[in-house]
Design a protein around this ligand. Structure first.
Ligand code: NAD
Length: 273
């Protein structure tokens, strides 16, 4: 049996919501798969009919029939998801928020050219939605709980074309700390995973994504990019009792790339030496 295939019971008896599956390469899917293998019961949301066709069979493959529409830019959608979970389950143990959006035309070129409309939309969908969700979901976490969201190094440092999404992720990471403070007294933990570049739909919307992927893989201390399974396992850690003492954190799962100041010349081609 491969390491990733093992079934366990870390999440037995726990129920949670997975937001952000678009297909089987989505980070949300990698986390859901890990949680399922450890006995979690899952509900999923999808954004619009086109995604429903992909998400429903994936959810069913993990034994989930709770598959609900949710466009996070609509507060009423978030309300009805939480109301449905309240009716179906009564309580909730965890939430995965793996949702982000910005106009593709502004994920290239200069940050300087960001429009007011896209700035607002990007921040609402990619950052505020986590706060809106945390407020409602935590009300169902009567026995404590854990929420995670997804960030990227572009929150902290300038990376090519990440632009307004970097500002949204910086706000998201700061939200994690404020939400952790607000909800800690209720035993609800809030953390982020800062994942290295992954080949997903959202990842490919950023110009020069292939260059960034190659660069990260070459210069990360591990000498490679991370896998969906590895990000999934980090999600499992943060959502399970293994991380019971951890909140307000941003955990890098990027092969160590964020720790590198200047890449080793040994990793550069001869033309750069
Ligand atoms: P993905 O395209 O598989 O997932 C993005 C999801 O966001 C999709 O399911 C999409 O439906 C959803 N979404 C967008 N707007 C929405 C809205 N208004 N309402 C509801 N859902 C909406 O890509 P992914 O890479 O798995 O992205 C998941 C998260 O991981 C994002 O927050 C992304 O920024 C983050 N992240 C991605 C990478 C990467 O390289 N791919 C790296 C670090 C962090």
């Amino acid at each position: 049996m491969q390491q990733g295939q093992s079934l366990g019971s870390l999440m037995a008896g726990k129920r949670g919501l997975i937001m952000g599956v678009a297909n089987d390469r989505s980070i949300a899917w990698g986390i859901a798969d890990r949680l399922h293998r450890q006995g979690a019961e899952l509900a999923f949301t999808y954004q619009g009919d086109a995604f429903e066709r992909r998400v429903r069979p994936l959810a069913q493959s993990l034994g989930s029939d709770l598959v609900l529409p949710c466009d996070v830019s609509r507060e009423s959608d978030i309300d009805s998801v939480i109301a449905t979970l309240g009716e179906a389950w009564g309580t909730l143990d965890f939430v995965v928020h793996a949702v982000a959006y910005s106009d593709k035309d502004e994920l290239k070129g200069q940050y300087l050219d960001t429009t007011r409309d896209n700035f607002a939309k990007t921040l609402v969908v990619s950052c505020y939605s986590f706060t809106a969700l945390a407020r409602r979901a935590s009300a169902l976490m009567t026995g404590g709980g854990s929420l995670i969201t997804l960030s990227y190094l572009g929150a902290k440092r300038v990376t090519p074309n990440y632009n307004v999404m970097g500002i949204a992720k910086a706000a998201l990471e700061t939200s994690v700390r404020y939400l952790a403070a607000d909800l800690g007294g209720a035993g609800v933990r809030v953390n982020a995973i800062s994942a290295g570049p992954m080949r997903t739909l959202a990842g490919s919307a950023i110009a020069d994504a292939r260059f960034v992927y190659r660069w990260n893989g070459t210069h990360a201390p591990l000498g490679r990019n991370v896998t969906l399974e590895e990000v999934g396992s980090a999600g499992l850690y943060l959502l399970s009792d293994l991380s019971a003492g951890v909140t307000g954190e941003t955990l890098y799962v990027d092969g160590g790339y964020n720790t590198v100041g200047i890449p080793s010349p040994r990793r550069l081609g001869p033309e750069q030496n």
